[in-house]
Design a protein around this ligand. Structure first.
Ligand code: ZN
Length: 137
């Protein structure tokens, strides 16, 4: 079995933002030269997350609106006593920092309406990273 590891640097511009990283993940899968296996997409961050969904401007805003409804950034969370970003940790905990995709015939397998996004919830940040690890043969 082969293992390929790539780190994609991402900078974000807003407090809440979806960054489409699909092209970079697919490029990493091609760089791996792995034909069949799985691809882990992992954000090593407690205040960001990874999702796969449609790249449609309205929906992207809807997703961010819904996340903010759930995590309630204005609420007096206890973590805000030491660091003013409890809502982003809650979002990270609820959504998760990773997604796994099949790799078949050298290509990442995803649905037509499944682009891959980094979910920024505590931006802007100049040094976010997304790890792409491809395992297979
Ligand atoms: Zn914090």
């Amino acid at each position: 079995m082969k293992v390929y590891f790539e780190e994609i640097p991402v900078s974000t511009n807003k407090r809440f933002e979806l960054i489409d990283i699909t092209d970079k993940v697919e490029e990493a899968v091609r760089n791996s030269n792995i034909r069949n296996g799985i691809c882990l997409v992992f954000a090593p961050h407690a205040t960001a997350a990874i999702v796969a969904n449609e790249h449609e401007r309205g929906l992207m805003e809807d997703i961010l609106t819904k996340i903010q409804e759930i995590v309630q950034p204005e609420r007096n969370w206890k973590h805000n006593l030491i660091d003013d970003n409890a809502h982003a940790h809650l979002g990270g905990a609820l959504i998760g920092a990773d997604r796994v995709f099949p790799v078949k015939d050298g290509e990442l397998v995803r649905g037509t309406w499944q682009n891959i996004f980094l979910v920024e919830m505590d931006g802007p940040r100049s040094r976010r990273h997304v790890i792409v690890e491809v395992l297979g043969e």
